[in-house]
Design a protein around this ligand. Sequence first.
Ligand code: IPM
Ligand code: MN
Length: 335
Amino acid sequence: KGHYTVPIIEGDGIGPEISEAVKEIYRAAKVPIDWLPVDVTPRLINGKTSIPSETIEAINKHKIALKGPLATPVGKGHVSLNLTLRRTFNLFANVRPCKSIKGYKTPYDNVDTVLIRENTEGEYSGIEHTVVPGVVQSIKLITRGASERVCRYAFEHARNTGKSKVLVVHKATVMKLGDGLFLEAALAVAKDYPDISVHTELIDNTCLKMVTDPSPYQEYVMVMPNLYGDIMSDLCSGLIGGLGLTPSGNMGVETSIFEAVHGSAPDIAGKGVANPTALLLSSVMMLQHMGLSSHADKIENAVLTTLASGPENITRDLRGSASTKHFTEQVISRL
Ligand code: IPM
Ligand code: MN
């Protein structure tokens, strides 16, 4: 196997610390990757948020990137950089798995969900305007093209990972046209996958059932419109211990960006106590995508066994006492 170059967006707040942990672990595991730090400092060009063209070129060239947290301000000004990245590279499917971590106690020990979120439109289309003062329209844009594309991705994902069911989550009882179109697209795509059964469920009901007993959802790949996926993926993440533990991958046609979904945690930035797990597990998804599965397995195993090895080896957000450095050393010792 040759050598790979992977652009890395270290991110804000705790981003540099958790990125450093990933790099140290990769060095110790002898993963054949050279990291290429790229700058995403936003530039406002004609009222649109853009990222530096050198960065766009680097990510397009290498077709991959690993990304730490980028702060998203509330309200006016720049469009979230996170969303700009997804849009710039047309990363249409956001894959978010949540699996219970052995040895880390939560009310459930059997969570194993995979959620695929439409990643380019819906309420995230950025189409909002004031009609008259006090009246705002926020457009939820749904297209057949994007709906079919993400649903096809979900069925392929099910097939490739040995799951025999796809669950389409929606609210077409109320969003008759928008979610109706998403649902229709999903059912049309399902016809191409006779080996996989298609199921549908209303988003509120999925939330209720998921927090009551997540185990039936192990059998499914879930697929849903953008905002539902945003909310539902945090819900699933909460079932296993929070965003500090869950990976994600933004998948495009050619290019993919793997990212930790948690925030930049400015309150603990620079203190050496951040938890690099989410970024590490996102990088494991990246390695699998690159076909470096033996490195992926080795690192995943070391991370999971470290997380199960007691409070002195895990970070404070997980009710442990370890520094980022100590946690990193523990992972390296288990490679
Ligand atoms: C996520 C985040 C982003 C989103 C924010 C930061 C814009 O919450 O990746 O889930 O809403 O998609
Ligand atoms: Mn979110």
